[in-house]
Every structure is written in structure tokens, then in C-alpha cells.
Design a protein around this ligand. Structure first.
Ligand SMILES: Cc1cc2nc3c(=O)[nH]c(=O)nc-3n(C[C@H](O)[C@H](O)[C@H](O)COP(=O)(O)OP(=O)(O)OC[C@H]3O[C@@H](n4cnc5c(N)ncnc54)[C@H](O)[C@@H]3O)c2cc1C
Length: 406
């Protein structure tokens, strides 16, 4: 078909620029390059939290869902992750703040693993390696310093060069500068809380079980890692996390041993810190508009949730995967290849689907966080009784774990 002058895209250097070298930005670049597009990725290689070379673990770990695993598998990245770096989770135990308890098991759902625990640095290793084999990707190890709109193109400015692109994907995290420069709103609510993470060596085997305790104002999760190790993610109010971060490593261990009537010690024995603790501020946020005038928001730049359900990165990876789904339709792909990635229909469809998929996860995560912080008469009874009831309904439990794993 002949192109009309109105459909001829202006000259550009790349089909799209992706701002941010977080996991979401890297995966989105691989998705676009696999579909034949020429992509510029701009971002500094993320900071490693591993303090000394002999420290075996990165304290930033993610629980990856089945959907995320499939995204990485399709990009031929999953198989490159060393097997001693992935911990499958066969069981999950959750305790309420009184008698409530929930237990999920992979065998009840007919799968090998409910989720996989993997370190952030390990994901970066395999994603950067995959990018090196993708001729369609050019990576600039730089920060975006300026962004300006010139007719139907964006000029992306770094200290290295200025590039003209029809589409900018903002994958630059919750504080996205790209989002701000594009004038897109973000409804952010600060939980006035932090998630403290640290890796521990344990005495008793974890048997691939992830455990989580809701203590009213804090949520403590112990995620299994390869070998005799666990990753602690303890979300707590800011004044508590600030006090916790002032403690020495062994004082932190004593503090952990003191919560939940010694539950952690009972399951894991004595904890030995592996590396130091880090605190991350916790927020809830969502952008009302995820696509406007050639700027697309992805990952935390579009939506941020409390880590209590371990879903933030999973949602970001699904943002990228949905793009892959839309581009696998041959008709759509041909249209996009002809019109360029600025195809409004593509992004409107993408935005509709992603908002619909993210909304329930946001609602549930924020709701759970609120429910466990409620200090009203009867609230403790309701939440713990609710957990007990769900735990006794195998059909509902299976459905719940299938929803979480999809
Ligand atoms: C304690 C804690 C535990 C969590 N656990 C889980 C879990 O188990 N499972 C899960 O799914 N999610 C989890 N999450 C959520 C998860 O960490 C985030 O959702 C995820 O990291 C978001 O990835 P992203 O790539 O969108 O953003 P980010 O990881 O924030 O990456 C953004 C990147 O953009 C770069 N950047 C910023 N500005 C610029 C610029 N101007 N130019 C170029 N680059 C720029 C940054 O340097 C950064 O590298 C957890 C979060 C916390 C706080």
C-alpha cells in the first residue's frame, strides 16, 4: 500500500527510546527488539547492593510469578539464569495478628512452584547479556537530561547525544522524571513506611517455604533462597524502620527474634546476617493516564504498590508482556511497522488492557495493608477469622493461588 503524506513518519533515529535500565525497561527493550524495532535504551547500569565480592547475595530479591517467568522464558532469558540462583517456592504460610493462618501449596495447585525467588543483580546479568545479542538495541549508559517535543517527535537529550524518536517509554521508576517532563499526573500516597531487606544464613532448612507474618502495623516476610539462606522483607512504619536501621547487625537479629513470640527463631533457628540491611520507602501510586502524545508509562512509572504481595515488578513485566502480545498479531505488527510505533491504537489498546489487569491487584494490596492496620473494635477478629475461613476452603484457596500465579 502507498503511504499518504499524513502517514509518513518524520525522520527519526530509533523507533522508540526507553528511559530507565531497571528490569522493566530492559525487558521492554528486548520485547520491542524481538519484534524487529530499533530501540535506544538510556540509563545507568543499576547500582549493585552487593558490598563485597565475597558476599554471595544481593539483598534485593523478587518473588516472580508464573506470568513473569513465561515472559523471561519467551525472551530466552530464563534458561540463562544459573539454577543455583533461583529458589522455587513450594509452600507459603501466612499468619494474621491473632489466630488467623493461611497455607498455600504448589502440590494443591498442581504446579512445581508457586513462585520463584531471584536476586535483582542476577536478573540484570542475564538481561544485559541478552541485550548484547540484540542488534536492534543500542544502550546509552547515561541519564536522560532533557526531553522536548518537536512536532510529532521527541528529542531525548543525554550528555552523549540527542536522539529523535516517535515514542518514549518511561520505565524510570516511581519518581519518573520522564513522566513529569511529559506533564503526566501521578496520584501518589506515601505509606510513611519502609521495607527493610536483609539476607540471613539460617540453622534449620526452609524446605522452599515462604513465610509471612502480619503484625498489625508491620508485615514480616521470610523468603527462601538457595541453600541455608532467607531474604527478610520487613515492612514497617517509618519511625520503627528508622530505629531498626540504627541497630547493629546482631541487634537486628535480636529484634527479629523478639517478634511474633519467637516465630522466626522457631522456624529458622539462629540468624546470621549476610551483608547489610537496606530500607526502601513504601508508596502507593497510579498514573491516571499511561499514554499521551508519544509517551508511555511502564512499571513503577505507571503504578507503585506495597510489596506485601510481591507483585510490583510482576505487574511491570506484564506491562512489557502485553506489548509483546499486541505485537504478535501479524496484522497489528504490519500496521505498526508501516505507521511506526507511535500508532495511537496500539497504545490505547495496551493501556486499556493493562489498567484493567492492574486495578484489582492495586485494590487488594492496598486493602490488605489498610485492613491489617485498622484499629477499630472487631477488626482483628474479622481479618483473622477471614483467614481461617479461607484456609478451610480448598476450592477458594486453589482459585486464589491460581489467580496469584497466572
Ligand atoms: C522492599 C521491596 C520488596 C519488593 N519485592 C517485590 C517482589 O518480591 N516481587 C515483585 O514483583 N515486586 C517487588 N517489589 C517491587 C519492585 O521492586 C518494583 O516494582 C520494581 O523494581 C519496579 O521496576 P522498574 O523497572 O519499573 O523501576 P526501577 O527498578 O525503579 O528502575 C527504574 C530505573 O530508571 C533509572 N532512571 C531514573 N531516572 C532516570 C533518568 N533520568 N535517565 C535514565 N535512567 C533513569 C533508575 O536509575 C532505575 O535504574 C518490591 C519493592 C520493595 C520496595
Amino acid at each position: 500500500m502507498q503511504m499518504t503524506s499524513s502517514t509518513v513518519p518524520s525522520p527519526h533515529d530509533y523507533d522508540a527510546a526507553i528511559v530507565g535500565c531497571g528490569v522493566v525497561g530492559l525487558v521492554a527493550s528486548l520485547v520491542l527488539a524481538s519484534a524487529g524495532f530499533k530501540v535506544l535504551v538510556v540509563g545507568r547500569r543499576p547500582q549493585q547492593f552487593v558490598a563485597q565480592p565475597e558476599q554471595r547475595f544481593d539483598p534485593r530479591v523478587f518473588a516472580l510469578s508464573h506470568r513473569s517467568q513465561r515472559v523471561l522464558d519467551k525472551l530466552r532469558v530464563w534458561d540463562n539464569i544459573p539454577s543455583d540462583k533461583v529458589q522455587p517456592v513450594s509452600d507459603m504460610q501466612i499468619w494474621g495478628d491473632t489466630q488467623g493462618q493461611l497455607r498455600f501449596s504448589a502440590s494443591d495447585t498442581g504446579v512445581e512452584s508457586l513462585t520463584w525467588i531471584i536476586e535483582q543483580s542476577c536478573l540484570f546479568e542475564v538481561l544485559f547479556a541478552a541485550m548484547r545479542y540484540q542488534p536492534g538495541i543500542e544502550w546509552q549508559d547515561a541519564k536522560v537530561e532533557g526531553l522536548s517535543r518537536e512536532r510529532d517527535m521527541w528529542a531525548v537529550v543525554t550528555n552523549l547525544k540527542t536522539s529523535r524518536v516517535p515514542i518514549v517509554i518511561a520505565a524510570d521508576g516511581a519518581q519518573s522524571q520522564t513522566r513529569r517532563q511529559a506533564g503526566l499526573d501521578f496520584e501518589l500516597r506515601d505509606y510513611s513506611a519502609e521495607g527493610v531487606v536483609c539476607t540471613y544464613q539460617i540453622e534449620k532448612p526452609h524446605h522452599g517455604t515462604a513465610r509471612q507474618w502480619f503484625f498489625g502495623d508491620s508485615v514480616l516476610a521470610m523468603l527462601p533462597l538457595p541453600g541455608p539462606h532467607v531474604s527478610m522483607v520487613w515492612s514497617m512504619p517509618l519511625h520503627q524502620s528508622q530505629a531498626f536501621m540504627q541497630l547493629g547487625p546482631m541487634q537486628m537479629v535480636d529484634r527479629i527474634a523478639g517478634v511474633g513470640q519467637g516465630a522466626v527463631q522457631q522456624w529458622y533457628g539462629h540468624l546470621q546476617p549476610v551483608g547489610s540491611a537496606h530500607a526502601f520507602s513504601l508508596k502507593h501510586g497510579v498514573a491516571p493516564v499511561w499514554f499521551d502524545q508519544g509517551v508511555v508509562l511502564m512499571g513503577d512509572a505507571a503504578h507503585v504498590i506495597h510489596p506485601l504481595a510481591g507483585q510490583g515488578l510482576n505487574l511491570g513485566l506484564e506491562d512489557a508482556a502485553e506489548l509483546a502480545n499486541l505485537l504478535t498479531s501479524r496484522k497489528r505488527l504490519l500496521a505498526v511497522q508501516r505507521l511506526g510505533l507511535a500508532d495511537e491504537q496500539l497504545w490505547r489498546a495496551w493501556e486499556r488492557r493493562r489498567k484493567a489487569a492492574c486495578a484489582p491487584v492495586h485494590f487488594l494490596t492496598d486493602g490488605l495493608h489498610t485492613l491489617f492496620r485498622l484499629d477499630l473494635p472487631g477488626a482483628t477478629w474479622v481479618r483473622n477469622k477471614g483467614m481461617q475461613i479461607v484456609n478451610q476452603l480448598p476450592m477458594l484457596k486453589r482459585w486464589l493461588s491460581q489467580q496469584a500465579m497466572r
